[in-house]
Design a protein around this ligand. Structure first.
Ligand SMILES: [Zn+2]
Length: 258
């Protein structure tokens, strides 16, 4: 039964991943995410249902458009697959519960932030603001049926969001454009979602992750030493880790200090 549920939720994840790709393609261009229907970017041919089966259509057509044979971005495949895998992990971790819905929402939100910032170096307000609204709604009330999710009280959320925002606001001014305003708002959102003090865990995890990847890319000669990397993807990944295991990591760390 449980396996069946995980498989069904993973399949749902593949479909949702396909929709996330539409959001990732269209939000940075301020296009509608519902209209027009999916079409090939190269030949504008409207895609049929058989072209839109997540992951399988891409593999079946060897990553090319059925009509004009233009290469389809590999990202479409990876986002679909990753969303399916993440949904499976969440279903396994939370079971059928309200917490699963909330965490699936955050996973979608942070996946969109991750990929758009990676591809365009921006973090659209249209993604961050709805996230802030949901985080605030979760913080405003105790939601007794939502015990498995990290949901700070309103004071903790306000403190986490406020401190994170203020800290990155100062960094953005001091770095004169090195840190973008999108990152400032994103940390505000992460602070609202994780609260105080977990917002610091997200920031530290994001910085460590970014540092490791930056060094690895230099070693692999994929990046010059002074080239900047977008910070958003690392913050987004760190936020998901914090929402999933933040309290465990914090108590493990405090245990080390004792
Ligand atoms: Zn085409």
């Amino acid at each position: 039964m449980e396996i069946l549920f995980i498989v069904v939720f993973a399949l749902l994840g593949l479909v949702v991943g396909s929709f996330l790709n539409v959001c990732i393609d269209r939000l940075p261009q301020s296009k509608s995410i519902v209209f027009p229907p999916s079409h090939c970017e190269a030949c504008q041919h409207k895609l049929a249902a058989k072209d839109l089966i997540p992951v399988f259509s891409y593999l079946r057509l060897c990553g090319r458009c059925r009509y004009c044979k233009a290469a389809v971005p590999r990202r479409l495949f990876w986002v679909e697959l990753a969303t399916g895998v993440v949904f499976a992990l969440l279903a396994w971790h939370y079971g059928l519960s309200p917490a699963l819905g909330v965490m699936a929402f955050y996973a979608c939100l942070f996946t969109i932030v991750f990929v758009i910032d990676l591809e365009h170096g921006i973090i659209p307000n249209k993604v961050v603001y709805p996230g802030m609204v949901v985080a605030l709604l979760l913080a405003l009330y105790s939601w007794p049926w939502l015990t498995q999710v990290i949901k700070p009280g309103i004071a903790s959320a306000a403190l986490g969001g406020g401190i994170g925002f203020a800290l990155f606001f100062l960094i953005a001014i001091a770095s004169r454009g090195g840190m973008g305003w999108g990152d400032v708002k994103l940390v505000g959102l992460i602070g609202l979602a994780t609260g105080f003090p977990l917002v610091f865990l997200s920031i530290i995890l994001g910085a460590v992750l970014g540092g490791i990847v930056a060094v690895a890319l230099v070693i692999a000669k994929k990046r010059k030493f002074k080239e900047t990397l977008p910070f958003g993807p690392f913050l987004a990944a760190a936020a998901m880790v914090t929402l999933l295991w933040g309290n465990n990591i914090l108590s493990w760390y405090l245990g080390l200090l004792m």
